[in-house]
Design a binder for this molecule. Structure first.
Ligand code: HEC
Ligand SMILES: [Cu+2]
Length: 357
């Protein structure tokens, strides 16, 4: 008996310690995905509304719980004392209905104002088109004719107006595409990307830096690995980045990388590798034009990205080699096929990919 009580005690202590550690984690300064640390105008608007409603909720909580605790003690059962018996109290019920209704009506004013404010297309905003795929993000800069993936570049101090075009079919399998949801908590709200529909979201970053995000709508096996990064740059740096993106990358002229370029375009034989098509049938490397091969991420400036495959791997030679050897082995659910590469082919392709600046 005593043994099992000690056992339960220890289990409780363990659970409590776990909870405390989890809760304390929220106090960490480095919370890259916290909505409570807005880093721009649009995230701040939503956060301001949250602060207000949370403040009102805390006051109501204290009043209601205070009244409850007071009543429990003040009117607790005592020998020889009987509660007053009555049926209904119209006055009290009217008050209890009216007061919450007034509070809700009061909160509705700033709520509706903020909702409409966030939904409005801001003047002078930079337009970016987003497409969501299983399990990676595609970004298009209309006008500039630039297509890139997973790492979104934006200028600081200027609203960015995102247009999310939900595609109906998955580009690899041809099957139905599913819902995804775009979310960079420190820069703005979240918005679903729905097949067959167009949705919008506005972001803004005050300061240069990297802001992390995540697909927020369960979309299949790779959902947790469908991350994203936003790189905010000063307007000058952003313009320089964008014009770099407009240039084609230089093809390597000799060595291992040149062999990789050949394999990429032609496969090992007749446009094929042992188990699948050449890379170029799914990936563009020479142009960011929309009509270029775009089943997978555009790789024209791949070596300018710090991560790949839904922003989950650092762009190192080792990670790239592991990816090419068996994509779904390192990222469960990944739709890029294992085309059956030899070690020599992998080495050449990695050398090539790392030249695509
Ligand atoms: C059938 C189409 C297809 C073929 C063929 C293909 N890929 Fe991919 N590739 C994809 C898809 C889809 C993704 C996105 C997977 C993900 O992130 O979940 C991808 C992702 C990548 C990435 C990561 C890009 C990024 O920025 O996230 C690299 C690098 C890559 N592929 C290289 C190659 C190479 C090299 C070959 C040839 C050996 C190749 N791919 C063949 C479809 C393909
Ligand atoms: Cu998703």
């Amino acid at each position: 008996m005593r043994g099992s009580t000690a056992h339960v005690g220890r289990a409780r202590l363990g659970a409590l310690t776990g909870l405390v550690i989890l809760a304390l984690g929220a106090c960490s300064e480095d919370r890259p995905q916290s909505v409570l640390r807005p880093a721009g105008e649009y995230a701040r608007k939503a956060d301001g509304l949250w602060d207000l409603t949370f403040g009102v909720a805390v006051v109501i909580f204290l009043l209601v719980e205070g009244a409850l605790v007071f009543t429990l003690f003040r009117y607790r059962a005592r020998p020889g004392r009987e509660a007053v018996q009555f049926h209904g109290n119209a006055k009290l019920e009217v008050i209890l209905t009216l007061v919450p209704a007034l509070i809700l009506a009061g909160i509705a004013v700033p709520t509706i104002r903020t909702v409409f404010d966030l939904a409005r297309k801001p003047e002078g905003a930079l337009p970016i088109t987003i497409k969501a795929h299983q399990f990676w993000w595609e970004y298009q800069y209309p006008g500039a004719g630039v297509v890139t993936a997973n790492e979104l570049h934006i200028p600081t101090g200027r609203p960015v107006y995102l247009t999310m075009e939900g595609e109906l079919t998955d580009r690899v399998s041809g099957g139905n595409e599913v819902n995804h949801s775009f979310w960079i908590p420190r820069l703005g709200g979240t918005q679903d990307v729905v097949p067959g529909r167009i949705t919008h979201l506005t972001l803004e970053a005050d300061e240069p830096g990297t802001y992390l995000g995540q697909c927020k709508e369960f979309c299949g096996l790779g959902h947790a690995n469908m991350r994203l990064r936003a790189v905010a740059q000063t307007p000058g740096d952003f313009d320089a980045w964008l014009s770099d993106q407009q240039q084609p990358s230089d093809p390597p002229s000799s060595g291992l990388a040149a062999e990789g370029a050949r394999l990429f375009a032609e496969g090992s034989q007749d446009g094929q590798f042992a188990n699948g098509p050449a890379c170029a049938s799914c990936h563009a490397v020479d142009s960011t034009a929309l009509e270029a091969a775009n089943i997978g991420p555009n790789l024209t400036h791949f070596a300018g990205r710090s991560t790949f495959a839904g922003a989950i791997f650092k762009r190192t030679d080792e990670n790239l080699a592991a990816w090419l050897e068996n994509p779904a082995g390192v990222k469960p659910g990944a739709l890029m096929p294992d085309v059956g590469l030899t070690q020599e082919q992998i080495d050449a392709l990695v050398a090539y990919l790392q030249t695509l600046e």
